[in-house]
Design a binder for this molecule. Structure first.
Ligand SMILES: [Zn+2]
Length: 286
């Protein structure tokens, strides 16, 4: 039976590998995408490091984070992070959870993460802070129960990034690529903040700048340009894998070309296309 979601599974596998290749996720951490045809379901890999995820590892889950098709394969223990955010935020279509080294100092200290450069505007107006101990006392710090997941989603509120005390970060996006974009650039912002705090006083973006920068950066053109760049870097990295005799993600090149599908062409491109069409039309009539 053909898989109606083959393209989406492929894209999610690529997103997993990009986040690993860019140093956001190592052996632990995960990213998911909501089912575009059924908002009560989402897709996520089985229990596997992001760098190794294949389209065939991607499973469909209910918003209670149970597999739609019963399976014996091992699942991530923190899937409620995803399911509970999808329940609470109908506007969110992708969720990422990671423990990038650059954000951990903020999780350990409670120092506020603030937007410091234009691409850092993707942090949003505020990055709230969630401490599992407040409601649940001593735990193993993983977000595993529906109650913990719901509390975590409440802490995220209407924002797009949440820091988890002594643990990591969770991010939301309106699309998979936006979520990847935000996960990477908020981590770059955290790296910048650590360096900036060592040499001087922080001068964060104003609320107005955050709004304007966030809106501009997250426009389709910016997100697509970055996606093409990250896919190309991934292709280069995976070429080394191939040279080392390790399996590569099949058809990675298929997403290596500029991903401008669905975007309005520039005026000049539209004119070129129109001219080409009329030439073909004339030929056909002869
Ligand atoms: Zn975690």
């Amino acid at each position: 039976m053909p898989d109606a979601f083959a393209e989406l599974r492929h894209e999610l596998a690529v997103a997993n590998r990009i986040l690993a290749n860019e140093g956001i996720i190592d052996a632990f951490g995960h990213i998911s995408v909501r089912n575009p045809k059924n908002p009560d379901r989402y897709f996520i890999s089985r229990h596997r490091a992001c760098e190794l995820v294949e389209p065939s590892d991607i499973l469909e889950m209910t918003l209670d984070s149970k597999p739609v098709v019963p399976t014996n394969v091992r699942l991530y223990s923190e899937m409620v992070i995803h399911g509970e955010i999808y329940k609470a935020r109908p506007d969110v279509n992708s969720v990422c959870h990671h423990h990038a080294p650059a954000v951990l100092p903020f999780c350990a200290t409670g120092v506020e993460l603030v937007p410091l450069f234009h691409l850092g505007g993707t942090l949003g107006a505020k990055v709230p802070f969630w401490d599992s101990r407040d409601e649940f006392g001593d735990t193993n710090l993983l977000v595993r129960t529906p109650e913990e997941g719901a509390s975590h989603a409440r802490a995220l509120g209407a924002h797009y990034m949440l820091l988890l005390r002594r643990h990591g970060a969770s991010l939301a996006g309106k699309s998979l690529r936006e979520c990847v974009f935000r996960s990477i650039y908020t981590t770059r912002n955290a790296e910048l903040q650590l360096r900036a705090m060592a040499i001087g006083t922080l001068g964060p973006l104003s609320a107005g700048e955050v709004e304007k920068c966030g809106g501009h950066n997250l426009g389709a053109r910016g997100v697509e340009r970055a996606w093409e760049y990250w896919v190309t870097r991934l292709q280069k990295a995976e070429a080394m894998w191939a040279a080392a005799g390790l399996p590569r993600l099949r058809n990675l090149a298929a997403v290596g070309r500029p991903q401008t599908a669905g975007l309005a062409p520039t005026r000049r491109a539209a004119q070129r296309e129109e001219r080409a069409r009329s030439r073909t039309g004339t030929k056909n009539r002869r």
